[in-house]
Design a protein. Structure first.
Length: 158
């Protein structure tokens, strides 16, 4: 099941990339595709909107045989620090759904929860975006449980 979802997320990402405009820059509505390392690591897709909410999707996995999909709405603002330009901070709410692969005889867990996101973006030449983020999560199903995640990543805009 976990491999099926990972394959499906990859194929959806390829179709979204093929449908994106030919201009490779961070303009409103631009599609960014990239990767993230950390806890969790995964493939990320972002629909950029500087005037409102940007949408960030992450198909992720960790070393505990846990695969999940995240979706966040992100508000991005310029970081106003002396002698620093072009850097943005972002924040926003989100949700996740996942499957934790368990060894027999215990069945796999289906996990559903809410999360938040806080981080910084460093755009480079209107095509690349480097980011660092912190993601607190609260699982609601099957049990209430808290977890912290985060990562470093890069996206290329189409």
């Amino acid at each position: 099941m976990k491999r099926y979802i990972a394959g499906l997320a990859f194929v959806v990402g390829l179709f979204l990339a093929a449908a994106a405009p030919a201009e490779a820059q961070r303009i409103p509505g631009a599609l960014g595709i990239g990767g993230q390392v950390g806890d969790p690591s995964g493939v990320t897709i972002k629909i950029y909107n500087p005037a409102g909410v940007s949408y960030d999707f992450l198909a992720a996995w960790d070393l505990d045989d846990f695969f999940f999909l995240n979706m966040h709405g992100q508000y991005e603002r310029p970081l106003e620090v002396e002698n620093v330009s072009g850097v943005e901070y972002f924040f926003g709410p989100g949700a996740f759904i996942g499957i934790r692969d368990r060894d027999a005889p215990v069945e796999d867990d289906f996990v559903l929860g809410i999360s938040g996101r806080l981080g910084i973006n460093v755009p480079l030449e209107d095509r690349f975006e480097f980011y660092a983020q912190f993601t607190p999560r609260i699982s609601l199903v099957p049990d209430t449980d808290g977890d912290l995640g985060g990562g470093l990543g890069v996206r290329y805009y189409f």
